[in-house]
Design a protein around this ligand. Structure first.
Ligand SMILES: [Ca+2]
Ligand SMILES: [Ca+2]
Ligand SMILES: [Ca+2]
Length: 231
């Protein structure tokens, strides 16, 4: 009897020790968890004039836009289907025809600004004078802004995709300005590279943190897409 008690006591102690040994290690909570997000414009119907856009993970971002050629229009940012570009805008097609798309232009055929991926919907400053509300880009200058003031502490801005920036040939230019908030401190300015006709460029926003307001200045027939950021 006594032997049995001793054995069960030993077993009990053993199980206690083994219990301690296999105790689960709970990891520390991850601090400053950042969520990657992108504004692709792909869930909006082409032909929509944008006064706000929803990011791919569901963040609603208020927008403003202006085309100096049609200053009477309160909204100028137009959703354009780059898979089926207007016959007058084949330089905005993606991918380039070399890669099975409807895009035409040297910049998109090869090199640094190769246009070999379908971007789906892109955004242009609408040419109201010649095309009414049929999606078609204009020559500007103008701008498109994105307001991130709803994101606590602002976003970390990663990059913006641009299309058909013909700087040498057509004097087309553009830049992205990052502010703490509308009317606030300018944090960073990134200039568009010359992509040539139908070329796709990535404007590096250097993962600038604390961005509450983003302004895209467009001077020429240029389209934008895929605003990438962390929130
Ligand atoms: Ca897109
Ligand atoms: Ca056009
Ligand atoms: Ca152009």
């Amino acid at each position: 009897m006594k032997k049995h008690v001793l054995i069960s006591l030993a077993a009990c102690l053993l199980s206690l020790f083994s219990c301690k040994e296999t105790e689960e290690v709970i990891p520390d909570p991850v601090e400053d968890l950042e969520i990657y997000d992108v504004v692709s414009f792909n869930k909006v119907v082409a032909g929509t004039l944008l006064s706000a856009v929803t990011s791919d993970s569901g963040l609603v971002i208020p927008m403003t836009s202006f085309n100096s050629i049609s200053p009477d229009k309160p909204v100028a940012a137009m959703v354009f289907n780059s898979s089926l570009p207007h016959w007058e805008d084949v330089d905005l097609g993606t991918p380039n025809q070399k890669f099975g798309g409807k895009g035409k232009g040297k910049g998109g055929e090869s090199g640094n600004f190769i246009n070999n991926t379908a971007l789906g919907n892109i955004v242009v400053l609408q040419n109201f004078k010649q095309f009414g509300t049929v999606p078609n880009d204009d020559d500007g200058p103008g701008y498109i802004t994105f307001d991130f003031s709803r994101v606590n502490g602002g976003i970390k801005a990663t990059s913006l995709t641009v299309l058909d920036v013909e700087t040498a040939r057509e004097k087309e230019t553009g830049d992205v300005k990052l502010y703490t908030r509308k009317g606030g401190t300018l944090l960073y300015t990134a200039t568009f590279q010359d992509t040539e006709a139908n070329g796709v460029g990535i404007v590096d926003l250097k993962n600038t943190p604390g961005v509450g307001y983003l302004e895209v200045n467009i001077n020429g027939s240029i389209a934008i897409d895929n605003l990438r950021f962390y929130k």
